[in-house]
Unconditional design. Structure first.
Length: 483
């Protein structure tokens, strides 16, 4: 079903994110018939280009990031005809009159995507208003990072609030746009089976891992000032934690869901120093040239920035009081894997012989590299070998049951952009959520700074520092293997 006609202005429309994610995503929605004929996409960036030059840039990006067999030439030509471009300076006056003229009198939904560095967010907002484009109907989309601590996030929220209402501001966390994240909510709140067991009485612990194989890549300058806590934990991991731990909202609507998420963050215990592990990757043994250590990659021989964090925390409420939550994220790890794992407790008593084997139910929600939900259940090993118990995964992804159409892979960005046009904020972070998340992470970071903490080294291609393994082992538990 097509969304309503829209004009989407992409500030930073020539940048890496726009070329890799936003424009290919819009093109896929166009091919799927979701973009109406009247829709316009207007690139606005510093680069000097005209509309035809911009179409070339976008055509090249689509060629690079979408397989050629996935679309026809006609589809591409048709899509490109929706594109326009304005060279603009977020910090100056160039281009604003032209943009205003393009937008004037348009009856469409207006959305402005801030795909530029965060230091430009305030300037863009102010100029949109000054040029009469910030009316109460339009929407703005802001990218991460949203601040670097509570003070800067608050300041940014206040700046945006000067020009826009909260219901116009769409703060992106693309983890929330993943199919499986929504499937997690369907599984939790659409079944009688799980919710009664979803608490400290039945759940032994929950672990959330976001492991990457890549290093800092081209983001060295930004990353060395941020680190894994700011870049990954404060946003992505905490969002996943909220969705797995929140109370059932009364309705599946934006504020009902976000109210419940906020309560989780506010109930989080401060993290004790001995429940925290920071790491920094070293070179890959035997491959130092291609996979150099972190400090070489960021060209800062004394850097104390972490590329890995593992921590244990608790949520102080009735549901979760005694259930530990373990969070872990790192770069240059053994494999690319994002997973939430709910490990249920042992059965209270085993009626089988000791050597029959004993397994815990494990619900595993994978977000990367493949999306899917599986539940490990214990059954009898088939065959004549007597009563031996094995663990088999029940696949809840339903790709087979739904057929090809049901299993259509929609990238997180595509879904989120369409949600912006539909005016649905459920999968976007509210300002108070972001601030609460910073309020929890700030003391962790300032604690490290006060102690002059040196991150523990770990080899590229490994499971992270041994201290992270130890954090679990002390509690007689184990991380799920990344590789
Ligand atoms: P980029 O450096 O590749 O692109 C920046 C864009 O902003 C360019 O189009 C440039 O022309 C434009 N720009 C810069 N200064 C400008 C000015 N004064 N006026 C108008 N336009 C200006 O950056 P990117 O990687 O595309 O990232 C954009 C935003 O998205 C950043 O906030 C970044 O943190 C965020 N982000 C990026 C990624 C990613 O994968 N690239 C992922 C998550 C979040």
């Amino acid at each position: 079903i097509p969304v309503d006609p829209f004009d989407l202005v992409i500030f930073g429309g020539t940048g890496d994110l726009a070329r890799r994610k936003i424009l290919p995503g819009l093109f896929r929605r166009f091919c799927a018939g979701q973009m109406p004929r009247e829709a316009r996409i207007i690139g606005a960036a510093r680069t000097e280009l005209d509309a035809s030059g911009y179409r070339d840039v976008v055509a090249e990006a689509i060629g690079e990031f979408i397989g050629h067999h996935d679309y026809t030439k006609d589809q591409l030509t048709d899509f490109l005809s929706h594109l326009d471009y304005v060279p603009i300076d977020a910090l100056g006056e160039t281009g604003w009159k032209e943009l205003q003229e393009l937008m004037a009198g348009s009856p469409h939904i207006e959305a402005y995507y801030f795909s530029v560095g965060p230091r430009l967010f305030g300037d863009l907002a102010e100029r949109l208003q000054r040029w009469g484009m910030a009316d109460s109907e339009c929407r703005i989309v802001v990218e991460k990072p949203f601040g670097r601590d509570l003070a800067t996030a608050r300041e940014l929220n206040q700046t945006l609030a000067t020009y826009f209402n909260e219901d116009q501001i769409y703060r992106i966390d693309h983890y929330l746009g993943k199919e499986t994240v929504q499937n997690l909510m369907a599984v939790r709140f659409g079944n009688m089976l799980f919710e009664p067991l979803w608490n400290a009485q039945y759940v032994d612990h929950i672990q959330i891992t976001v492991a990457e194989t890549v290093g800092v890549g081209g983001r060295a300058e930004y990353y060395d000032k941020a680190g894994a806590m700011r870049d990954m934990v404060q946003n992505h991991l905490m969002q996943l934690l909220c969705l797995i731990a929140m109370e059932p909202p009364a309705r599946f609507d934006p504020d009902a869901v976000r109210d419940e998420k906020l309560k989780v963050i506010r109930a989080l215990d401060p993290v004790k120093p001995h429940h925290l592990v920071r790491g920094q990757y070293g070179a890959e043994p035997g491959n130092e040239e291609e996979m150099p250590d972190y400090r070489t990659a960021v060209d800062n021989p004394r850097s104390r920035t972490e590329s890995f964090v593992a921590l244990k925390t608790h949520i102080s409420n009735w549901r979760w009081a005694s259930t530990p939550f373990y969070l872990r994220t790192g770069k240059r790890m053994a494999a690319r894997s994002s997973e939430i794992t709910v490990v249920f407790k042992d059965t209270p008593h085993s009626i089988f012989a000791e050597d029959a084997g004993r397994h815990r139910n494990v619900l595993s929600i994978q977000l990367q590299p493949n999306e899917g939900i599986t539940l490990g259940v214990t059954i009898k090993e088939p065959g004549p070998g007597g009563m031996r118990l094995i663990d088999v995964p029940l696949d809840m992804t339903f790709a087979e049951a739904l057929g090809e159409e049901g299993a259509e892979q929609v990238d997180a960005y595509e879904r989120l952009i369409m949600d912006v046009i539909r005016g649905n904020q459920t999968l976007f972070m509210r300002g108070d959520e972001v601030e609460a998340a910073w309020a929890w992470t700030d003391p962790i970071i300032s604690g490290w700074e006060a102690r002059n903490d040196v991150p523990k080294p770990y080899d590229s291609g490994s499971e992270g520092p041994t201290d992270a393994t130890e954090l679990m082992r002390r509690d007689s538990r184990e991380w799920r293997k990344v590789s």
